[in-house]
Design a protein around this ligand. Structure first.
Ligand code: 5AD
Ligand code: SF4
Length: 465
């Protein structure tokens, strides 16, 4: 991929004396892990002396941190790349990062010659070198600097320490990759094999985040509850052990984790929900379908009954837990009866909140070659029925909190004057107007009203500033 041509691709803008970009802007698509990766890329570039631009238009390096999970997400990347060209024909240096970079590699540079850098999710610690390589590429060249190596976890050791955070709630990737190979999913191919980051590195990163003003940490992993590691005394620990240690960090008020697999929901982790007050009462536990036949074809390695048994145990330990999930409608071969089984499991589990998607065939995954792909019309209609049911459950969950006193971590400014938006323990958005409060405060509120997506609260008392 090092051929140079004299085609008319405008060169990247080269604003500083040496010609390297000065201001970066990162746009992350897809999952929370991409948000985490995007933040770490930004922190690394800032550590190199670059500045974060306020808007994409002001940046001379734009990083599109992409998602490959569904076809729509991929299409957005290419339309975004097209929109980066300025009216005068110039363009910023463009880096495509994330899972599309991993899955499509050189193909991106072929399809979109204005792309200067292609960097996979396990290689972004080498962005500075790739920027330098791209900068040295001849003016008007079609050459892109590409790195889609997948060495397990070396990137974390090569990244700078965490910077002061702009928000009170932060993500922390503890586990990455997936060995489960659900037949619809690209993650094992784009994020690679399952790895757990070392215990001591995570405790150190969490402490740095808290020192930098963070009060809530969400532990991330594609199979976060499969995290394993040896603690500082050499004892083997599961995720609950890591959570218990993080809970001892003074100033860390709240801990969450996502996304979990039903088969890795151990009794010890379930017990942690009853025992560790900082662990919030919220569990994202995707089931994908309620039909055992479809779950088998998806290679989920659990059935509807075993999923519901896990939920029962979790609710026995933590009766008020808010349950969340992911669903796919229209997996190849899904009959109306299979879909009814999905509606049944939703009724049985009762979700506080959930995500639902139409099946999207992903190149290279086994399900993409399965017979009996479902028509878009049937998928649309099933998705609508499922979302109606999930929406009603979510609204009912929210309505049940009206009149209750609850604790809110204030995370961002609202649109109305004086309005602040925070999260309840159950991850609901709560709007409050409290002139005495500021972002990062933990306050007690009374819930006055509930909508489908948010709650209105009246401030009662400041808990900790
Ligand atoms: N089509 C539709 N949805 C998918 N997901 C993963 N792969 C696909 C696909 N090919 C959904 C699953 C998963 C969530 C992150 O995205 O529900 O839990
Ligand atoms: Fe998208 Fe999955 Fe990659 Fe996250 S891990 S960016 S959801 S494909």
């Amino acid at each position: 991929m090092n051929q140079t041509t004299d085609t008319l691709v405008p060169t990247s803008s080269a604003p500083d004396a040496e010609g390297g970009p000065r201001r970066y802007f990162v746009t992350s698509f897809g999952c929370q892990m991409n948000v985490y990766d995007g933040e770490r890329m930004g922190e690394m570039l800032a550590a190199q002396g670059m500045e974060q631009a306020d808007a994409r238009e002001d940046a001379d390096l734009v990083i599109l941190n992409t998602c490959h999970i569904r076809e729509k997400a991929v299409a957005r990347v290419y339309s975004d790349i097209g929109r980066l060209r300025r009216e005068d024909g110039s363009k910023p240096m463009i880096a495509v990062a994330g899972c599309v970079a991993q899955a499509e590699g050189e193909e991106i540079a072929r399809r979109a010659p204005s792309v200067d850098i292609v960097v996979g999710p396990q290689a972004y610690h080498r962005l500075p070198q790739l920027i330098e390589q791209a900068r040295l590429n001849p003016s008007g060249s079609r050459t892109a600097a590409i790195d889609t190596d997948m060495p397990a976890a070396t990137k974390f050791g090569a990244l700078p320490a965490r910077a002061r955070q702009p928000r009170p709630s932060a993500f922390l990737t503890v586990q990455e990759g997936c060995d489960k190979f659900c037949t619809y999913c690209v993650v094992p191919y784009t994020r690679g094999a399952e790895i757990s980051r070392p215990f001591t590195d995570l405790v150190e990163e969490a402490k740095a985040l808290v020192d930098g003003g963070v009060r809530e940490i969400t532990l991330l992993g594609q199979n976060v509850n499969a995290w394993m590691g040896d603690d500082d005394k050499g004892r083997s620990r599961g995720l609950e052990g890591l959570i218990a240690t993080l809970a001892d960090i003074a100033g860390l008020e709240r801990i969450r984790y996502t996304t979990s697999h039903p088969n890795d929901m151990t009794d010890a982790l379930i017990a942690a929900h009853a025992e560790i007050p900082q662990l919030m009462p919220y569990l994202h536990l995707p089931v994908q379908s309620g039909s055992d036949r479809i779950l088998k074809a998806m290679n989920r390695s659990h059935d509807a009954a075993s999923y519901l048994a896990v939920i029962d145990k979790v609710r026995a330990a933590k009766p008020d837990i808010a349950l969340s999930g992911d669903f796919i409608v229209g997996f190849p071969g899904e009959s109306e009866a299979d879909f009814q089984a999905t509606l049944d499991i939703v009724r049985a589990a009762n979700y506080a909140q959930a995500y639902s998607f139409k099946y999207s065939p992903r190149p290279g995954t086994p399900a993409a070659d399965m017979e009996d792909q479902i028509s878009p019309e049937i998928m649309d209609e099933r998705l609508q029925r499922l979302q109606e049911l999930l929406g009603a459950q979510q609204h009912a969950f929210n309505a049940a909190t009206v009149g209750k006193r609850t604790r809110v971590l204030l995370e961002r400014q609202g649109r109305k004057p004086g309005q602040l938006i925070g999260k309840s323990p159950w991850l609901q958005s709560v709007h409050v107007i409290d002139p005495a409060a500021k972002l990062g405060d933990l306050i007690d509120v009374e819930i006055m009203s509930a909508g489908p997506n948010s709650l209105e609260g009246a401030a009662l008392a400041l808990v900790t500033a």
